[in-house]
Design a protein around this ligand. Structure first.
Ligand code: ADP
Ligand code: DAR
Length: 370
């Protein structure tokens, strides 16, 4: 069986050079592993084997995978994040001292000539006493949801974070019907049906859908916590406005409250920082994004020009429904820094501000040149 899978990986590697996991798979290293570790590593690569068009092509399935398979993951991380192998990640939410900030430290989009826009910052976390989503059983998923529902009771009692939990688990006392689910997805509050994501399905991350899945939402709908998506938790703040500091600082405060809930112990690595399912999120687990209309750069109805301009600026361009979705009819796109590893949380939000300024200048140039 092993020789067959190695031959399959070798063939796929030749046909799909952009698949980082396949490119970094070393048969000689693989041969040194025990049968148990061979099976564990192949499970990490299954999504990229079944979906050779993957960019990353692998997910961690146990919190210790990044350390247990360091010769493999250190190559994957270096190639995707474009950092030296073996570099150590540092976390820091403090904006003070971050290079390139305005003198007063205020990241105000209005200063760039922009109106109030939808701003969102999220970070992922996984509880260290559970397998990562790719290896959870249905019982694990239900147990994790119940543990989080007890934690949410503490948030519900707090004026600035109080709200309610919406569960997708059949029979859960907080369960919602499909109409409410779709309403929350359309509001960009709840995550999309994971059964429709072939990468997450092949990774085992979408297994048992929708059991153990749900979303906590604060009363003002500006603070949400996803339960059971690609990571155990996605902790999110989102608001319409122009000052990025506000949404970033609210997430920083809200996360500190969540982290302080007794019994919630998150998975961290001394080398890699926050442990996440996907290596693209490792380190900070943070995506900071703005939905910005770029009608000139998307005048051809696609994001091609925006992507070509954004990539050298270290920015990702996605659709208004998030990953793998189309841009808005009015040319609105989701812009976020691509870097999440070997960059601090504060540097990410500063990079978003700088990136938006540069992209806005390119959009305005189209107005001048027609
Ligand atoms: P993530 O961004 O956490 O990796 P997705 O790409 O699946 O997850 O996006 C999750 C949801 O968040 C989607 O509905 C997407 O439209 C929404 N979203 C992302 N950024 C923003 C934003 N700046 N404003 C409003 N909604 C956003
Ligand atoms: N399609 C997968 C996802 C990579 C990044 N997106 C995440 N983690 N949601 C790939 O390997 O390309």
């Amino acid at each position: 069986m092993t020789s067959n899978i190695i031959a399959k990986i070798k063939a796929l590697k030749a046909d799909w050079p952009g698949n980082i996991a396949l490119a970094c798979f070393d048969p000689d290293y693989f041969a040194t592993l025990s049968e148990n570790h061979k099976a564990r590593l192949l499970k990490c690569l299954n999504s990229g084997i079944e979906n050779p068009d993957s960019e990353m092509g692998c997910y961690a399935c146990q919190p210790s995978d990044y350390d247990d398979f360091k010769p493999f993951f250190s190559k994957v991380l270096a190639r995707y994040h474009k950092v030296p192998e073996g570099v150590r990640h540092v976390n820091d939410w403090n904006l003070k001292g971050v290079a390139g900030l305005p003198a007063d430290g205020v990241l105000d989009l209005a200063r760039l000539g922009l109106p109030a826009l939808s701003m969102r910052v999220r970070t992922g976390r996984n509880l260290r006493d559970f397998p990562l989503p790719g290896s959870m059983t249905r019982e694990d998923r239900i147990h994790l949801e119940q543990k989080m529902m007890a934690a949410f009771d503490k948030l519900i009692a707090m004026p600035e974070y109080g709200g309610r939990y919406y569960s997708l688990t059949p029979g859960n006392p907080c369960s919602i019907d499909d109409t409410k689910y779709r309403e929350l997805v359309d509001e960009h509050i709840m995550f999309k049906n994971m059964d429709n994501d072939r990468y997450l399905t092949a990774a085992g991350i979408a297994a048992d859908w929708p059991h153990g899945r749900g979303c906590y939402v604060s009363a003002d709908r500006g603070f949400t916590i996803w339960v059971g998506e690609e990571d155990h938790l996605r902790i999110i703040c989102m608001q319409r406005g122009t000052i990025l500091n506000e949404v970033f600082d609210r997430l920083k405060s809200a996360f500190a409250v969540v982290e302080g809930v007794e019994g919630l112990e998150f998975a961290y690595s001394v080398d890699y920082g926050v442990v996440t399912s996907c290596p693209t999120n490792l380190g900070t687990g943070m995506r900071a994004s703005v939905h910005i209309p770029l009608p000139n750069l998307t005048a051809d109805g696609t994001d091609s020009r925006a992507v070509a301009l954004a990539r050298p600026l270290g920015l990702s361009v996605r659709g208004v429904g998030g990953e793998h979705t189309p841009i808005g009819a009015d040319g609105t796109v989701d812009i976020s820094p691509s870097a999440r590893f070997c960059i601090t949380e504060a540097e990410i939000v500063a990079a978003l501000y700088r990136g938006i300024a540069l992209l806005k200048a390119e959009e305005d140039k189209c107005n001048l040149t027609g």
